[in-house]
Design a protein around this ligand. Structure first.
Ligand code: AMP
Length: 303
């Protein structure tokens, strides 16, 4: 029951065909920890600048998220600007400003070192390793990344992947990381880089898990209105890892349930800008949508 995440805490500026939002709360660790907080205790390692308002930290604390590992330092908070066309599966990054992350040297609070489940959310792979190396003996390590790091820091990313049990990335990133357009072949190549379990997210088409030569496929929840996909991947990871951390069962059947909770969190997240939808969910809403996923995919065997 102790989940640790390192990742970005950010200001996002996002434009979709349905509206836009400027300098709203975002970042991989923010979405992840908020989603995971419905399942388990979660502690965050990140850095924010002197421009980061107290109200955002108050919000994280209100979700019982441990923010002792969020350092506040002189300078500007990480900023990301992106836009989506009518194909909401693909974000186009317009600007990434690492700001205070550029010189961040994470020093884990003492209580963080014994956490047994670690999520290396999307951030500089050097930083992912610096955090992981300070955790004493984690039972499960999972990781996310994106094209920015695959293109900019591939060697470092490959070092991180050697230390990881589960990698969660989207289909475009899996193709780019492996250099292979076919996802089944790409999965084999990525397994050889380290992660024994690979989860490939395919936006509105769902997610695939590749593990021990077997494939599990989950759909995405068919929503009538998708407003802003930003953070869908991170909230998927938060639901997935939050559930795993709360159960500490890493067997195939439980990983499948975790994927459905990931899909549930992602489906709520895309219904509004920033964290507006996932900041105030009820656990019964999560269970309700989990069961709708079950109905959605159930069919009888041949007789
Ligand atoms: P996703 O779940 O993939 O939609 O992730 C969206 C979040 O990733 C946004 O809130 C951004 O602040 C954050 N982000 C974008 N680019 C980066 C990056 N290069 N490193 C870390 N976080 C990022």
């Amino acid at each position: 029951m102790s989940l640790l995440v390192v990742g970005s805490v950010a200001f996002d500026s996002v434009k979709t065909p349905f509206g836009e939002a400027d300098d709203v709360l975002g970042g991989s660790a923010t979405y992840f920890s908020t989603a995971a907080s419905y399942f388990t205790d979660v502690s965050v390692v990140a850095v924010v600048g002197s421009d980061f308002p107290e109200k955002h930290l108050t919000f994280l604390k209100s979700r019982k998220i441990d923010i002792e590992g969020i350092e506040q330092t002189e300078g500007k908070t990480f900023r990301w600007k992106g836009e989506y066309g009518y194909d909401l599966n693909e974000a186009r990054t317009l600007d990434t400003q690492l700001n205070v992350f550029q010189s961040f040297k994470p020093k884990l609070p003492e209580s963080y070192k014994s956490k047994n489940v670690v999520f290396l959310a999307n951030i500089d792979p050097d930083l992912q390793r610096e955090v992981l190396e300070q955790v004493e003996n984690p039972s499960l390590v999972a990781c996310d990344t994106m094209n920015f790091w695959i293109e900019g820091k591939k060697d470092s990313l490959l070092k991180t992947l050697k230390m990881v049990d589960i990698l969660l990335i989207n289909d475009g990133e899996a193709r780019e990381l492996s250099g292979e357009p076919n996802l089944v072949k790409a999965a084999n190549i990525i397994h050889s880089m380290g992660p024994k379990t690979l989860i490939i997210k395919q936006g509105e088409y769902g997610a695939l898990m590749f593990k021990d030569g077997k494939i599990f496929s989950a759909p995405a929840y068919p929503l009538e209105s998708v407003f802003d996909p930003t953070g869908a991947g991170d909230s998927f990871a938060g639901g997935f890892m939050g559930f795993l951390s709360s159960t500490m069962n890493f067997e195939d059947a439980n990983l499948r349930k975790a994927i459905i909770f990931g899909s549930v969190m992602a489906s709520y997240n895309v219904e509004a800008f920033s964290l507006d939808r996932i900041k105030c969910l009820d656990y019964s809403e999560l269970e309700g949508r989990f069961r709708e996923f079950r109905r959605l995919t159930h069919f009888e065997d041949l007789t």
